[in-house]
Write a protein that binds this ligand. Structure first.
Ligand code: FES
Length: 106
C-alpha cells in the first residue's frame, strides 16, 4: 500500500524506476518524472551551452517557457527537458542546439 501523508491522503507508490542514457551515462528516473527532473536528481544541472557565450544551461523556468533546457531525446533535437516525461531506455544527448534555439537567438 502506498505511504500515507500527514494529511491522510495516499501518495502514489512511485512504481518502478526507469533507466535513461545521458551521453552514455546511466541515470534513473521515477515514473512521472520529467527528463529535466531526472537529470537534476542525478546531479546534472547543465546540459547545453549558449551559442554566443558558451554559458551553461539547464532547468530555469521548469514550465516550458524559457527554452533553456533544450536537449536531444532519442535523436530528436531541441526537446524541452522540463516537459518531456522520462521513459525507460530513453537516450539523452547534449550538444549544439538546433532550430528552436536558433529562432530565439540562444
Ligand atoms: S526550463 Fe524553461 S523551458 Fe524548460
Amino acid at each position: 500500500m502506498p505511504p500515507e501523508t500527514p494529511s491522510g491522503t495516499r501518495r502514489p507508490d512511485g512504481g518502478h524506476p526507469c533507466r535513461l542514457s545521458f551521453d552514455g551515462r546511466t541515470i534513473h528516473a521515477r515514473p512521472g518524472q520529467t527528463v529535466g527532473a531526472a537529470l537534476v536528481a542525478a546531479g546534472v544541472v547543465a546540459w547545453r551551452a549558449t551559442r554566443a557565450a558558451g554559458r551553461p544551461r539547464g532547468l530555469f523556468c521548469g514550465i516550458g517557457v524559457c527554452y533553456d533546457c533544450l536537449i536531444t531525446v532519442d535523436g530528436r533535437p531541441d526537446q524541452r527537458a522540463c516537459l518531456v516525461p522520462a521513459a525507460d531506455g530513453m537516450r539523452l544527448e547534449t550538444g549544439l542546439p538546433g532550430r528552436a534555439a536558433d529562432a530565439r537567438g540562444r
